[in-house]
Design a protein around this ligand. Structure first.
Ligand code: PBG
Ligand code: ZN
Length: 334
């Protein structure tokens, strides 16, 4: 019997379902949707006109008065939500402006509540944009992070943002016990229904560089290695996720995303809450820089990076590409 053309295939024909765009679409395992994307936005109390952030092409620091414009763009693109960061008028050593009801984030939230009813409003909760020293918490006499003194400061800020209309409070400081502190304070102040998205597995990453320019929150001395996770430690990341869930987190986030997809996948497999991943500023900036040199195709590379994060198990993706990705997805690329 002739072997050529015989029905007895000696190997699997994986190509069959890749032959046409229609077939590829039909069997696609992971679909990105704008509604799962969260756009980070920076609100600056000192501005009356937007200022471009050079390390984050396409992104601005917004005055409170214009934040609604950006929100309307996000809502029109059917993006899922906004993650708000604030730059205050003035900083101090305790970051007290983080809990100022008239600070940039509460003012923006009140403006957005009315202008963007279809967006989930997520408030980042941290002190580093508000402290003179740029660390994410209060410092003790030796200049080390004072974990326990930081907790009530974070809880106060979370309550102020919830009062102003935040749907979700997202602590990014990496203090131990802060999810419990936030949950307790929110419940006491009548916000039992507001959710906590914990940046549970947040690594001490080199990829935060552009963000620190955007938010003016680089530590003035030292680094964040004593409170953020050490990049090689996956098991320790799982312990952080476990403890934040036990303290009352409603969603768990892994950050950065691309270099930590193993943690995203492990978190997805182990826990039954929504898993979020934050494609951080340096991941975005690196893709932009390579595309600018003509070395990669930006829309394809960006969508590939995002679908990889989704395939790993993140249902919610925070990304500076949110608006662009929504537009690219609407083009229905092959
Ligand atoms: C600070 C904070 C950082 C980011 C979000 N919140 C930076 C840091 O920890 O130094 C990084 C986000 C990004 O790089 O896009 N709490
Ligand atoms: Zn911080």
């Amino acid at each position: 019997m002739a072997l050529v053309g015989s029905a007895a295939a000696a190997f699997a024909r994986h190509h069959r379902l890749r032959r046409t765009p229609a077939l590829r679409r039909l069997v696609r395992e992971t679909r990105l949707d704008p509604s799962q994307l969260v756009l980070p936005v920076f609100v600056d109390a000192r501005l009356d006109a937007p200022v471009a952030i050079s390390a984050l092409p396409g992104h601005m620091r917004w005055p409170v008065s214009e934040i609604a414009r950006q929100a309307e763009r996000a809502a029109a693109a059917k993006v899922g939500g906004l993650l708000l960061f604030g730059l205050p008028q003035e900083k101090d050593h305790l970051g007290r402006a983080a809990a100022d009801p008239l600070g940039p984030v509460p003012r923006a939230l009140r403006a957005l509540r009315a202008a963007a009813p279809d967006l989930a409003l997520i408030a980042d909760v941290c002190l580093c944009e508000y402290t003179t020293h740029g660390h994410c918490g209060a410092l003790d006499a030796d200049g080390a992070i004072d974990n326990d003194a930081t907790l009530p400061l974070l809880a106060d800020a979370a309550v102020v943002y919830a009062d102003a209309g935040a749907d979700v409070l997202a602590p990014s400081d990496m203090m131990d016990g802060r999810v419990a502190a936030l949950r307790g304070a929110l419940d006491r102040e009548g916000h039992a229904e507001r959710a906590i998205l914990s940046y549970a597995a947040k690594f001490a990453s080199a990829y935060y560089g552009p963000f620190r320019e955007a938010a003016e929150c680089a530590p003035q001395s030292g680094d964040r290695n004593a409170y953020q996770l050490d990049p090689p430690n996956g098991r320790e990341a799982m312990a952080e996720l476990r403890d934040d869930l036990a303290e009352g987190a409603d969603l768990l986030m892994v950050k950065p995303a691309g270099p930590y997809l193993d943690i995203v996948a492990a978190a997805r497999a182990r826990y039954d809450v929504p898993i979020a991943a934050y494609q951080v500023s340096g991941e975005y900036a690196a893709l932009h820089a390579a595309a600018e040199r003509g070395w990669i195709d930006l829309p394809r590379a960006a969508l590939e990076s995002l679908v990889g994060i989704a395939r790993a198990g993140a249902g919610v993706i925070v990304t500076y590409f949110a608006l662009d990705a929504a537009a690219w997805l609407a083009e229905d690329r092959p």
